[in-house]
Design a protein around this ligand. Structure first.
Ligand code: NAD
Length: 466
């Protein structure tokens, strides 16, 4: 019998849904490698067979062109499902570890076991990637899953709610659509793990609700990711890579450079290079360029318009309410106390701030909450070492932006205010697995050293062995 999500709602609550998923989990259906591989294959098919429709949904929600949809959502989700499938057997294998002498003879190993029923809450900015990548990890780890996509990217959410039950085992994977009410109702239930991606304010709500059931959480949050441009940087390359990282998805990317700190001796040169890169990427009129996205809704459009008051526009600044267009905008002479510099921008507005030294840049970044990413452009190993050793962030790139996210062998996640826990590749599998410690002893020989009655000889040996 499949789980009919439609019969549950925020009003009636989701305890029935959870009971059905728990029953399915308790049958052991999700544990075998074969089930997991089959579900991952189906997830790949979901993406491959519906690429056009999924791209259309992203276009409707965010004005993403199909190349950008592939870069930010579909390609990443597909390769994550595929690589999880290819490596899963080795990840699932019990991991033997050495024994301390006191345990010999014995075998010690770590077993990865599924957690049970997990909840994935995702946001609107990369709605497919941020739903399907954790889903691949959760299925790979052998869990039953409730997926709650964002109501703000409603076309994508509706499409996922239609496709997931069609492709995946609907006894074990359910999609709940909705916003705050539905999520609040879901959070009343006991899950075995909650994986939340979104803003830190809701992250706190999620963690509070999870604490009630002692449910562990992964929080993939956001923040203001600094981009430091040192005196030694190659500015032409830096500008192109900053513009790519910032204006992809119209700046609505959690790891987009939030602001630039540039050495004062090179501020003007960098501004010129940023301007040149913008015109190379989006032409003289980004509004009519189909490669450039739109703001997700009116609330975010208004918020971003207001943020612009925090500095002087160097390039861009144009807006169009009707189509929720905000031009790629670069600002200088920024008011550090304005909301633009105290809140995460999460849109196509890039403040450039000049600083007197690399030390000042590090102090600037360290005076603020730990960001999700930190970017450094420099050609000096000494500067690189100094910045990496004296700052903290979820991830970091030197001479590029965003790309630490694209390597599945690197953990992706925040630190401090930008989140807790991580995923991608094996790290995602680990997040959704319990590491169970197992020791197996042979029946013989029986060594009674640790058993009473104790003696001086035993004491001596115990102190030597332990
Ligand atoms: P959002 O508004 O879609 O909210 C995220 C999820 O929380 C949604 O599923 C939503 O339905 C749910 N939600 C909303 N109100 C709630 C409530 N009161 N109680 C419980 N759940 C509720 O997305 P957002 O938060 O605007 O997303 C943007 C933020 O997410 C930015 O801060 C960005 O940096 C961050 N982000 C982080 C990552 C990452 O990987 N670390 C990725 C993308 C976005």
């Amino acid at each position: 019998m499949s789980t009919a999500v439609g019969q549950f709602s925020a009003n009636s609550g989701y305890s029935g849904l959870l009971a059905e998923l728990r029953t399915a989990f308790s049958t052991g259906i999700t544990r075998p490698l074969a089930w997991r591989l089959d579900q991952l294959r189906r997830l790949e098919a979901l993406i491959q067979e519906n690429t056009a429709e999924l791209s259309d949904a992203l276009y409707h929600d965010l004005g993403k062109c199909s190349s950008e949809s592939w870069i930010t959502d579909l390609g990443l989700a597909l390769s994550s499902a595929r690589s999880t499938r290819k490596r899963l057997r080795s990840w699932m294998a019990p991991e033997r570890v050495r024994n301390p002498i006191a345990l010999v003879p014995a075998r010690s190993f770590v077993m990865r076991e599924p957690l049970g029923v997990v909840l994935i809450i995702s946001p609107w900015n990369c709605p497919l990637q941020l739903t399907l990548m954790p889903l691949a990890a959760a299925i790979g780890a052998g869990n039953c899953v409730v997926v709650k996509p964002s109501e703000i990217s409603s076309c994508t959410s509706q499409l996922l709610a239609r496709l997931i039950p069609h492709y995946l085992d609907s006894k074990c994977v359910a999609v709940v659509e909705g916003g705050a009410d539905e999520t609040t109702a879901l959070l009343r239930e006991r899950f075995d793990h909650i994986f939340y991606t979104g803003n830190p304010a809701i992250g706190r709500i999620v963690m509070e609700a999870a604490a009630h059931h002692l449910t562990p959480v992964t929080l993939e949050l956001g923040g203001k990711s600094p981009c430091i441009v040192d005196e030694s940087a190659d500015l032409e390359t830096a500008a192109r890579r900053i513009v790519f990282g910032k204006f992809l998805n119209a700046g609505q990317t959690c790891i987009a450079p939030d602001y630039v700190l540039v050495h004062q001796s090179r501020e003007q040169e960098l501004l010129n290079s940023l301007k040149a890169a913008l015109s190379e990427f989006y032409g003289p009129d980004p509004r009519s360029n189909s490669d450039y996205g739109r703001i997700v809704n009116d609330r975010h459009f208004r918020r971003l318009q207001e943020l612009m008051a925090g500095g002087h526009v160097v390039v861009g600044g144009e807006t169009d309410r009707e189509s929720r267009y905000i031009a790629p905008t670069i600002l200088r002479n920024v008011n550090l106390r304005s909301p633009m510099m105290t809140e995460e921008i999460f849109g196509p507005i890039l403040p450039v701030i000049s600083i007197p030294s690399i030390k000042a840049a590090v102090e600037f970044a360290n005076a603020r909450p730990k960001p999700l990413a930190l970017y450094l452009f420099c050609q000096s190993r000494e500067v690189e070492r100094f910045v990496l050793q004296n700052t903290s962030s979820g991830g970091a790139c030197v001479n590029t932006t965003l790309l630490h996210h694209a390597n599945e062998r690197l953990p992706f996640g925040g630190v401090g205010e930008s989140g807790m826990g991580n995923y991608h590749g094996r790290f995602g599998f680990e997040t959704f697995s319990h590491k169970r410690a197992v020791v197996r002893k042979p029946v013989r020989p029986e060594i009674p050293l640790a058993y009473p009655p104790y003696s001086k000889v035993k004491d001596f040996l115990l102190r030597w062995l332990l």
